[in-house]
Write a protein that binds this ligand. Structure first.
Ligand code: PLP
Length: 368
């Protein structure tokens, strides 16, 4: 039996880099509540990412919840059905109504024209996702938002470090939200962050992630516990020095797949669209009719060979949540969901492991 290959393998910092942080935690006894490593990580990420202000969280979902709460939204939020559950569920948790519109067939991100068509007098915001780290059409989305007085919250869970049109994509929108989950390009085991553009907004977000506490005798609002603890922050700090190398390795993995899969008719690699720094977070392919086998069949055949590719994002979020919304509202997203498969991708994936994946695909489809 071959060793299973999963869609991703978490990047860990060097143990020798992590241990001194642990010693300091053991010495200080400070485990959480805006401790020194929490503060250091915020400063380090602000510099690394080139963003105005950042508030780190214990996971990306809590970061999304607080971002929505901080903007004091009410009503409908236009969003994509082609995403992970947390994008939609955070809206529902905040009492907002998700309105799903279609995506662009190339970027697989929200189609700005579809956004315009869905605006009603109840619309308060747009929540696009930079899917797989590919930047949304941020200029068009900004123009629509300005024209209609809407807030924009980017779910940037996949977009750590992505640069486009001369700056970090995380600078776009009123707020942008990152995930530092173990499966992400940069991880703090579990974790996340909200990026904002003023000291006042950062203070509000910092309070909301700490139960809303202003001082011992006053709370700003009914906040939650979204605080990142010191072990998570230390793990993140220990990981930063190795990040450039990990991204270079991911770039090589990406190119090797592209070259090999170009020889197999019917498989389309989703293009990298960031003109600055892409982050190679995922390796999604679309299985077209020419391949002669469905995406589902390919997924199952690979699984039988212990290769656990993932059908991100199938089924679409409204289907997963049984929301009774007609898929004809978003035909491009429905089609992409049927065809997309994310192949194993990580900075530590070896060429031999990639050959296993590529040869397995060639074998199951009978094309050589
Ligand atoms: C698009 C998207 N949004 C939100 C999240 C939630 O982030 P977290 O797992 O850190 O809570 C994820 C997940 O991993 C995601 O892929």
């Amino acid at each position: 039996m071959t060793k299973p290959l999963y869609v991703t393998r978490p990047d860990l910092p060097e143990l020798e880099t992590f241990l001194p942080y642990l010693q300091q935690i053991w010495q200080s006894g400070v485990l959480t509540n805006n401790g020194p490593f929490h503060q250091q990580l915020e400063q380090a990420l602000q510099d690394y990412l080139g963003v105005d202000y950042i508030s780190v969280f214990n996971n990306g979902t809590n970061a999304l919840l607080v971002a929505l709460q901080a903007l004091e939204l009410k009503g409908e939020v236009i969003t994509t059905p082609f995403t992970f559950l947390a994008t939609t569920s955070s809206l529902i948790w905040q009492g907002l109504t998700p309105v799903f519109v279609d995506i662009d067939p190339v970027s697989l991100n929200l189609d700005p024209n579809a956004i315009v068509a869905a605006i009603t007098d109840k619309t308060c915001a747009i929540m696009p996702v930079h899917c797989y780290g590919n930047p949304c059409d941020t200029s068009a989305i900004r123009a629509v938002a300005q024209q209609h007085g809407l807030k924009v919250i980017y779910d940037a869970a996949h977009a750590f470090g992505v640069k486009h049109q001369g700056q970090s994509v995380l600078q776009q929108g009123d707020l942008a939200v990152l995930s530092f989950h173990a499966t992400k390009v940069f991880n703090t085991i579990e974790g996340g962050a909200v990026i904002c553009h003023s000291a006042q907004m950062k203070q509000k977000i910092d309070r909301l992630k700490n139960f809303g506490i202003v001082n011992e005798f006053k709370a700003e609002a009914a906040g939650i516990n979204g605080k990142m603890n010191e072990l998570q922050a230390a793990f993140g700090l220990a990981q930063l020095p190795g990040l450039a190398g990990a991204l270079q390795r991911r770039a090589k993995v990406h190119q090797y797949y592209c070259d090999a899969l170009a020889r197999i008719p019917g498989l389309q690699c989703v293009p990298l669209l960031a003109d600055g720094a892409p982050n190679y977070a995922y390796f999604p392919i679309l299985v077209t009719d020419e391949f002669g086998m469905s995406c589902k069949a390919l997924y199952e055949a690979l699984k039988a060979k212990s290769i656990f590719a993932r059908r991100y994002f199938y089924p679409l979020t409204p289907v997963l949540l049984d929301m009774d919304i007609d898929e004809s509202c978003y035909p491009v997203a429905a089609d992409a969901a049927e065809r997309v498969l994310c192949l194993p991708m990580s900075g530590s994936l070896t060429q031999a492991e990639q050959d296993l994946v590529i040869n397995a695909i060639i074998e199951v489809c009978g094309k050589d």
